[in-house]
Design a protein around this ligand. Structure first.
Ligand SMILES: C[S@@+](CC[C@H](N)C(=O)[O-])C[C@H]1O[C@@H](n2cnc3c(N)ncnc32)[C@H](O)[C@@H]1O
Length: 288
């Protein structure tokens, strides 16, 4: 693949060091002011991603800034986020274990700040679609803004909708993705929208939510119900001090997956002789 040239209004990932990094659209004629000098976007436009620029005035500042093409994981960590987001590592597991792929049709609730929405929208391109719902106007506005900045609006619809109570008018979707406070109350509705063999994923920060969701999934005859937790540790690499970084995010959430099945009674096993009857004698179970 050829290296892409940076065009007007493209998003770039501008990196000074580990802490000072920004994702910005490069607008012609405009500048970006940092306390390590000024970056002129005209110096960036026309260059290839993977280059460097120096801050102005060169004589007094002249700091080196790296210019990368932002990955979607860079984007979601730098976009506006006011709710707890799903982190890229958890989103990676969502994608793999839900089977969401280019072309998938997915329902998401709630969209929150749109971090997972961006990752899903980026992944299902170009033929798939994400139908994302939330009950808070602020979340809907924020997600719309973040989706537009990521240039994903063609692949994502963001609408008001309560996944627990509303009729959302979908059939045969590939996956339903939940990140809401009471996911167990949404399982019955989610099942209606899913295609047979479709996948459901619920992200929850607490074990209490996981238990209720698992029982609700069992109640609705979902199978392959499994819950996972991912713990990511970044490794600090130094000449004589290479070990996991001392500070880390210790907990993000639990990921509970399931598959929709249309269940049927088994006519063959039921014909077989039953196991020996259990007789209760004075409250004690005994085998006859
Ligand atoms: C933690 S945020 C989701 C964050 C999102 N996954 C992200 O990565 O940015 C939870 C969102 O669920 C929404 N929500 C809660 N109950 C809902 C429901 N019944 N239907 C739709 N959205 C709901 C809330 O308004 C909130 O914006």
């Amino acid at each position: 693949m050829t290296v892409e040239t940076i065009k007007e209004n493209d998003l770039v990932f501008l990196i000074l060091d580990d802490r000072r990094r920004w994702i910005l659209p490069v607008k012609p004629g405009e500048t970006f002011h940092t306390h390590k000098g000024i970056i002129e976007f005209d110096d960036i436009i026309g260059k290839k991603f993977g280059t460097v620029v120096f801050s102005k005035p060169y004589e007094t500042q002249g700091y080196k800034f790296y210019i990368l093409k932002p990955l979607i994981s860079d984007y979601v960590l730098h976009m506006i986020r006011k709710t707890q987001i799903i982190y890229p590592e958890d989103a990676g597991m969502v994608l793999l274990y839900s089977g969401i792929q280019p072309g998938s049709i997915v329902i998401e609730a709630g969209c929150g700040s749109g971090a997972l929405t961006c990752i899903l929208g980026n992944y299902i391109r170009p033929q798939g679609h994400i139908f994302s719902y939330d009950i808070r106007e602020k979340s809907l506005r924020r997600t719309k803004k973040n989706i537009e900045t990521a240039r994903l609006q063609e692949f994502v619809s963001i609408n008001y909708g309560n996944i627990i109570t509303d009729e959302l008018n979908h059939t045969d979707v590939d996956s339903v993705v939940l990140d809401i406070a009471e996911p167990w109350n949404a399982i019955q509705k989610a099942k209606l929208y899913l295609k047979q063999s479709g996948t459901i994923l619920s992200f929850s920060p607490t074990i209490e939510q996981v238990k209720k969701t698992t029982f609700a999934l069992r109640e609705q005859n979902f199978i392959e119900i499994n819950t996972y937790e991912l713990i990511k540790r970044k490794i600090q690499v130094k000449r004589n001090a290479t070990h996991p970084e001392v500070r880390m995010i210790g907990h993000t959430g639990y990921l509970t997956f399931g598959r929709k099945i249309i269940d049927r009674k088994n006519p063959y096993r039921e014909r077989k002789p039953k196991t020996k009857e259990i007789i209760s004698f004075n409250g004690m179970p005994l085998r006859s």
